[in-house]
Design a protein around this ligand. Structure first.
Ligand SMILES: C[S@@+](CC[C@H](N)C(=O)[O-])C[C@H]1O[C@@H](n2cnc3c(N)ncnc32)[C@H](O)[C@@H]1O
Length: 289
């Protein structure tokens, strides 16, 4: 079982420019810094599962978008970390990280990558070109999506998660089929998970009541991923951790984690988050056969 963590010991800021970390140094820590540099220092074949939630590269216009029916502002992802000068620059960012993740994953490990239509097809293409073998795309269906913008296209209520192994020949990866059946819609456990956007007490806010992070993922999403595709004591890596949802859920489910996040303000909030008990909103439902 994973031991209780003291949030004060959670942050690891690398100051001595080491070439490599030992696993002991970074296990159950947030490493503050640039993932492109830090990943190079993580030992090879050391992690069982990766969850990656990269920038979406939304390419929003400078002028605020208004909703067509109520004329309120659309809250998009306007953060600097979501900005790239071109698709080419974005692709290089994704490819550089994926190459390191190939080295760091254990042979039977798996990787999850989540994004919207803005970038998930590019990411899938890059993954296949690098030799990853796609096992599934799991669709996250949001019953409470952000309302439509200008009324010129369908409201986007999904994100896609690619789940893959290191290659076609990998057969001994972890998959708990009873969990897949429980989480997916319908009797067969289809690859569609209906989960609301994270809101209420789960959403981390600052003193003024503003969201700390524009794309905080629901605890329930990570719970399903971790329970269906890892075992207790496994090591889960999140290279672009935001508010640390992956590690926060991993810890509660007796898994180990390594997280990387470059923004100090997010890491400070993550440290506070780890002091709170995690309450799953969802009870494990028994489906009728
Ligand atoms: C989509 S968000 C992840 C949200 C996270 N899953 C959560 O639930 O809070 C992507 C994160 O990647 C971080 N990021 C972007 N580029 C990075 C880099 N080169 N190194 C480390 N972190 C980076 C951003 O600061 C941002 O918090």
């Amino acid at each position: 079982m994973v031991k209780t963590l003291n949030p004060k010991n959670l942050l690891f800021v690398d100051s001595d420019d080491k070439q490599h970390y030992s696993l002991k140094q970074i296990l159950n820590k947030i490493i503050e810094g640039d993932a492109l540099e830090i990943l190079k220092k993580i030992p090879e074949k050391s992690v069982d599962m990766v969850f990656m939630d990269p920038p979406y590269f939304l390419q929003l216009p400078k002028k605020k978008l208004k909703r067509w029916n109520v004329k309120t502002d659309v809250e998009g992802v306007e953060d600097d970390w979501d900005k790239f000068s071109s698709f080419e620059e974005y692709d290089i960012f994704i490819k550089t990280i994926l190459l390191e993740l190939r080295r760091i994953l254990k042979e039977n490990g798996t990787i999850w990558v989540i994004s919207t239509y803005h970038s998930i097809f590019r990411i899938g293409n890059i993954m296949q070109d690098l030799g990853f073998w796609i096992l599934n795309n799991v669709l996250w269906l949001k019953p409470n999506p952000m309302p439509n913008w200008l009324g010129v296209r369908f409201t986007n209520a999904t994100e896609t998660m690619i789940w893959a192994t290191l290659g076609k020949d990998v057969k001994k990866y972890t998959f708990h089929k009873e969990k897949a059946k429980e989480f997916g819609i319908g009797k067969v456990g289809a690859n569609v998970w209906e989960i609301p956007l994270c809101s209420g007490k789960e959403r981390l806010k600052d003193e003024e009541g503003k969201k700390i992070h524009s794309t905080q993922k629901p605890v329930e999403l990570l719970r399903r991923i971790i329970l269906s595709t890892t075992n207790e004591e496994d090591i889960i890596l999140d290279p672009l951790a935001g508010l640390g949802t992956t590690g926060y859920v991993a810890k509660t489910l007796a898994r180990n984690f390594i997280m990387i996040e470059k923004e100090e303000r997010y890491n400070k909030a993550t440290l506070r988050r780890f002091e709170l008990p995690l309450i799953f909103k969802y009870k494990e439902k028994k489906k009728k056969e």
